[in-house]
Design a protein around this ligand. Structure first.
Ligand code: URA
Length: 501
């Protein structure tokens, strides 16, 4: 058995080259990992401009105090069939895979990498295919290492210290699963200019003195060893950028794996903020009041769905003519061409419309769209709006269920419909349901029955009345559903005829 010691990719590569030259099969090699030694903060040679690749720190270093243990150097060479070439020639792609996989923490990693190389030398080029068991392991290792690098870029938190004692100004603690500290150090060296910093991990530390990277054994055992100065500042910063309205706790958790949380300064406050947001604070971003109303009024919607489409509040958003704004995400204005011959008026935004800031984008909208298509109405040529612009709802279980607006709310919101009618100047208005009809005719007592099927003139334009599309969805049986749907389609056809006449 031949023993080889490697503590870095470069050492392993040199050893592997020698073994291949002698055609030593993997089963005759025992690989040992050299425990980290060296002086405190041994300088790492420069490589890239302005930065020093810490991973290559061990390149060319003699493994001080640790000599390769030579068990039968004249050991048996070949195992298995075939005679591999004595010169190690690997394609770049394989070298890169090996280089990355070498950072994977596994006791047998050097032996495994040598097996890969050996198989490659034997002509088994499938060894780098993910379909090959060894290839699959190799790719899995590389993937895990890249993920760890990414996580470390994202979750290393530098804490500021006093620099007076010659210590680095910023210090971070991290517990990487794989040996990615050198690459990560290069990443930060490129980004942090000449301020001094140190990243400590349980077994190694890397120091940037403003010009060069140095590697050292870690003198720290946990994040608690780092001076806490600057922590309060960081927490204040984090709190201030934390927007509950945008919080998606699941996403946050999936992005910040829990193993990192204990070492993140904000880890202590994130769970508090998440639960506060889940209890309504996400809404305070829009309305200010829902979050303060406890108990059953908690809004159970995922926050990422609560993103208003509009970046800036409109005058309509600022409407306080009735109380409905308090519990709505946003006001939902009408949409459509500047001038449209036909305006369809619904009741009020539903759950989907409230979240998206657009009318008729939910299930009722789907029914309406189908009916419009069947009537030969092009949606793009129609102005679509609602009598009431804020979503009125009540909580049932985890759902926000539509609640019919009261007459005082219809009256308060009429101003906005009036403004749209004046601006768009349609020839025909289709009132979808009772609330719309009351608003359009400005008559709180009017009934659907009295006007349905017979267009009426109002304020110099035609008003056609049909069922609201959600009535089709709620109809108790198929016959009623079909009948209600036909009424809508026929009403829309009628509106088209009137607009052309
Ligand atoms: N119902 C309406 O009346 N309007 C909408 O925008 C959606 C559902």
């Amino acid at each position: 058995m031949i023993r080889r010691v490697a503590s870095s990719f470069e050492e392993w590569r040199d050893a592997a080259r020698g073994l291949i030259a002698r055609r030593v099969a993997p089963e005759f090699v025992e690989w040992l990992s050299k425990p980290e030694d060296g002086d405190l903060f041994s300088a790492i040679p420069d490589e890239e401009a302005g930065t020093t690749p810490a991973r290559d720190a061990n390149r060319g270093r003699t493994p001080d105090g640790v000599r390769p243990l030579s068990g039968g150097e004249g050991a048996p060479a070949m195992a298995g069939g075939g005679e591999p070439p004595a010169t190690l020639r690997l394609p770049r792609q394989l070298m890169e895979l090996l280089d990355s996989a070498a950072c994977f923490s596994a006791p047998d990693r050097w032996a495994f990498l040598y097996k890969v190389v050996w198989r490659w030398q034997l002509g088994e080029h499938d060894v780098i295919s993910p379909a090959d068991p060894d290839g699959a392991r190799l790719h899995g290792m590389v993937k895990a290492v890249h993920r760890e690098e990414h996580d470390m870029h994202a979750y290393v938190r530098f804490r500021e210290r006093k620099e007076e004692d010659g210590a680095p100004r910023f210090v971070a603690w991290f517990e990487p699963t794989h040996e990615v500290l050198p690459q990560v150090a290069r990443h930060f060296a490129r980004r942090m200019g000449n301020v001094t910093w140190m990243i400590a991990t349980p077994d190694k530390a890397v120091l940037w003195d403003g010009e060069r990277l140095h590697e050292a054994p870690s003198l720290m055992r946990s994040a608690a060893d780092i001076d806490d100065a600057g922590e309060a500042l960081w927490l204040t910063y984090y709190r201030s950028i934390f927007n509950p309205a945008r919080l998606n706790a699941d996403l946050l958790r999936s992005h910040i794996p829990s193993r990192f949380w204990k070492n993140l300064p904000e880890g202590a406050i994130v769970p508090v903020m998440v639960s506060a947001a889940a209890n309504g604070e996400r809404r305070t971003g829009q309305t200010g009041t829902v979050g303060r109303r406890g108990g059953a009024t908690t809004i159970p919607i995922a926050a990422e769905r609560a993103q208003p489409k509009r970046e800036h509040p409109t005058t309509l958003d600022q409407c306080r003519r009735c109380d409905l704004w308090e519990n709505a995400t946003q006001a939902v204005p009408g949409v459509g061409p500047k001038r449209a011959r036909i305006m369809l008026v619904g009741e009020q935004p539903g759950d989907q419309e409230d979240l998206q800031g657009l009318p008729f984008v939910g299930p009722a909208g789907a029914v309406l769209e189908k009916a419009m298509a069947q009537a030969g109405m092009e949606r793009d040529s129609i102005y679509l709006t609602n009598a009431v612009k804020h979503f009125k709802w009540e909580l049932r279980g985890k759902r926000r269920l539509h609640k019919t607006p009261a007459q005082k709310e219809i009256t308060a919101c009429h101003l906005w419909l009036e403004e749209e009618l004046e601006r768009v100047r349609p020839d025909v208005v289709v009132a979808l349901g009772s609330t719309a009809l009351k608003s359009v005719l400005q008559d709180g007592a009017v009934t659907m029955k009295s006007v349905m099927g017979a267009p009426v003139q109002h304020d110099g334009r035609w008003v056609v009345t049909v069922y609201h599309p959600s009535y089709v969805l709620r109809a108790p049986d198929e016959a009623t559903r079909q009948q209600a749907y036909e009424v809508i389609v026929e009403g829309l056809r009628q509106a088209l005829r009137l607009s052309n006449g």
